[in-house]
Design a protein around this ligand. Structure first.
Ligand code: HEC
Length: 250
């Protein structure tokens, strides 16, 4: 190939990637877990679970999360069975060979919203609603990104063609196939918290951070122990160094 053709091709590649990625950087929000030793706010995560179940679960799966792991958010087994019973899945074939639905229970994983990938795409104008279990880890600055995205729906600027999608400042390319899912007052919180848009989004992101990193607190606690241990050992080694050398010098 002619060298000039290659050069033009490369330059156009660079320009394309610029124009495709004109998303705003996510707004930084001080979540309970943002600080180095911060924890997941369990009450907030419980409210976030409610938002997921009542709003997002009709399109997005959470297939890596088992209902029983909700114990980590402070629920007991009965409460978890009640949460799971809001979802139905195919039972094993009965004696007549029919497959009936049954309520999900403690030991199941979150039930998928669609029978399969193609059904999910077909129901959403050809765009697949990705599984949310690991979404906060999968995107750069994930917690802030998901928060900004859910708050980032605005009217498209003059002359901007969104096709069959919706305008969103934080989405790569500024067009997203997901209609704005939250407006505020989408749920009635069981603990009486006011369900403003911002509250719902913060709770939801706290919940999705927990699903992505359920062991976050343990890891941080372990890290702290290691640092404490190294600190003590530094003192021990320093004192023994002093001791050994003081004897050798005499
Ligand atoms: C009506 C179906 C529907 C509902 C309800 C819905 N979504 Fe989506 N969502 C989609 C589709 C479709 C996409 C794929 C968008 C695309 O690729 O343009 C998507 C994409 C996403 C993404 C990924 C964006 C990216 O960076 O690729 C996130 C995060 C997300 N949704 C979160 C949520 C949350 C949280 C809720 C609940 C508050 C929710 N969605 C409710 C259909 C839905």
């Amino acid at each position: 190939m002619h060298i000039l053709t290659i050069a033009i091709f490369l330059v156009s590649l660079i320009f394309n990637s610029y124009s495709a990625d004109k998303a705003l950087k996510p707004e930084q929000y001080p979540f309970s877990f943002s600080k180095p030793l911060g924890k997941i706010d369990k009450n907030s995560a419980q409210r976030g679970l409610q938002v997921y179940v009542e709003v997002c679960a009709s399109c997005h799966g959470l297939k890596h999360v088992a209902y029983r792991s909700l114990e980590g958010l402070g629920y007991n087994k009965d409460q978890i069975n009640r949460i799971a019973a809001q979802f139905q899945l195919n039972d094993l074939p009965n004696d007549e060979g029919e497959i009936l639905k049954r309520n999900a229970i403690f030991s199941d994983y979150f039930v998928e919203p669609y029978e399969n990938y193609n059904a999910a795409k077909a129901a959403n104008n050809g765009a697949y609603p990705p599984d949310l279990s690991l979404m906060v880890k999968a995107r750069k600055d994930g917690a802030n990104y998901v928060r900004s995205l859910l708050l980032g729906y605005t009217d498209a600027p003059e002359g901007f063609d969104v096709g069959e999608g919706y305008y969103n400042k934080y989405m790569a390319g500024n067009v997203i196939a997901m209609p704005q899912p939250l407006y505020g007052d989408d749920v009635e919180y069981k603990d009486g918290t006011k369900a403003s848009l911002e509250q719902e989004v913060n709770d939801l992101v706290t919940f999705l951070t927990w699903t992505s990193m359920p062991d976050l607190e343990n890891r941080r606690a372990a890290g702290l122990k290691v640092i404490f241990f190294l600190f003590i050992m530094t003192i021990v080694f320093y004192l023994s160094y002093r001791k050994i050398w003081s004897e050798l010098k005499n």
